[in-house]
Design a protein. Structure first.
Length: 394
């Protein structure tokens, strides 16, 4: 009899982490691998945020805190929502976790019963379905095609909702596609959701500040009458280049926030006191660097999209935000190339050309691959040359 739990058998390790680890191992073995798998800004954490962390250490702010966040961080989060999203919350409607990932995991653990359905538009962030499965729920994957910009439509949503639906996950701008929902598109989805009072919305806004061109970010609680049924998740990892600090947060109904706190009290307890002090400064401090960094990401996006679309057999939509592109490699999956799936494509690309990307099937949509352009332009130029040479060699 196996000692490993049955619930763990239902899930798989994170494919994005697996690709990043594989790239690390190959580099350690002396290979010149360019890793385009990790969703991690290459910029450094801002100096004012670092100073706040150092001050916290010097001041002895190194003890346990309240399980779900310090009063000062909750206040900073309340102010952030008011300032940037015109949303009013109180401290008891806020939870802070060890990264946005933990907040989402806690939310599902705190709310899902066996058989509860969670609507997950595909392409999706790789961890959503596995988190739902671990919590005893049932992921209901809704494939959103390239023709719709990889976005959920009201028609698809209406068709997916059943009596067992408990949550809809909405991620904008999206990982892995960078697709962002306009105010109208969110309102159109909200019109469907208003009629289904059993459905809650989990809005994953982690890429809120990384948007381009004329795209304007809106979150569903801000533009609809669904605030009382919405858990709005965000964090400091992407916008403030603080991935390793591990601070995520959410705002929502008091009963859900309290339940999340209960889960956290019996698992990790509080996030790092030092990271929380740094996050207070991130949210309250100077925000001007965000636009500068978004501008750098936009230049990279334009270069990558243009380069990919110049390769025969590859086609790529221009994303609204985040730092990913989700190109199609369907034109290269045939008998002539000997490649049958997107997994074949990414494995051969790594093996032959030393470029690490993630297969689209890991995100729920076959025939694509994800590139993270959160790396230097120098790396991206080398990577695009290698991808072009690889595709031409097929």
């Amino acid at each position: 009899m196996s000692i490993i739990s049955n619930s763990l058998k239902r899930i798989k390790p994170s494919p994005t982490i697996a690709v990043t680890q594989k790239a690390r191992e190959l580099r350690a073995a002396g290979k010149d691998v360019i890793g385009l798998g990790a969703g991690e800004p290459d910029f450094d954490t801002p100096d004012n945020v670092k100073r706040a962390a150092i001050k916290a250490i010097k001041d002895g702010d190194t003890k346990y805190t309240a399980v779900d966040g310090t009063p000062s961080l909750k206040k900073a989060i309340v102010n952030k929502f008011k300032r940037e999203n015109n949303l009013k919350f109180t401290a008891d409607q806020i939870t802070v976790g060890t990264g946005g990932k933990q907040v989402l995991y806690n939310a599902f653990m705190a709310t899902l019963n066996k058989g509860d359905e969670v609507i997950i538009p595909a392409p999706f962030w790789v961890s959503y379905p596995d988190m739902v499965l671990l919590a005893g729920g049932k992921p209901k994957i809704v494939k959103c095609g390239e023709a719709d910009g990889f976005k959920l439509t009201p028609q698809l949503l209406r068709k997916a909702i059943t009596k067992k639906t408990k949550w809809l996950i909405l991620n904008s701008p999206s990982n892995p596609t960078g697709a962002g929902y306009s105010k109208k598109e969110i309102n159109d989805l909200a019109k469907v959701l208003v009629k289904h009072k059993n459905v809650h919305i989990l809005s994953d806004d982690i890429y809120e500040h990384i948007s381009y061109d004329k795209f304007k970010f809106y979150t569903i609680a801000q533009v609809s009458k669904l605030k009382d049924r919405t858990l709005t998740m965000n964090g400091v990892s992407k916008s403030y280049a603080m991935t390793g600090w591990r601070i995520g947060y959410a705002a929502g109904p008091k009963d859900i926030i309290k339940a999340i706190g209960k889960i956290q009290s019996q698992s990790t307890s509080n996030p790092s006191s030092i990271s929380q002090a740094a996050a207070v400064e991130a949210l309250n401090g100077n925000q001007s660097f965000i636009k500068k960094r978004s501008k750098a990401f936009k230049e990279r996006r334009n270069f990558v999209v243009q380069s990919l679309n110049a390769i025969e057999g590859i086609s790529c939509l221009t994303p609204n935000g985040a730092f990913y592109v989700f190109p199609s490699c369907k034109g290269l999956l045939n008998k002539k190339t000997g490649l049958k799936t997107d997994t074949d494509f990414v494995q051969k690309l790594l093996e032959k050309s030393n470029v690490a990307v993630v297969q689209g099937s890991a995100f729920g949509l076959d025939g694509y691959f994800r590139i993270s352009y959160a790396t230097s332009m120098q790396n991206l130029k080398k990577a695009m040359e290698r991808i072009k040479s690889f595709c031409e060699s097929l």
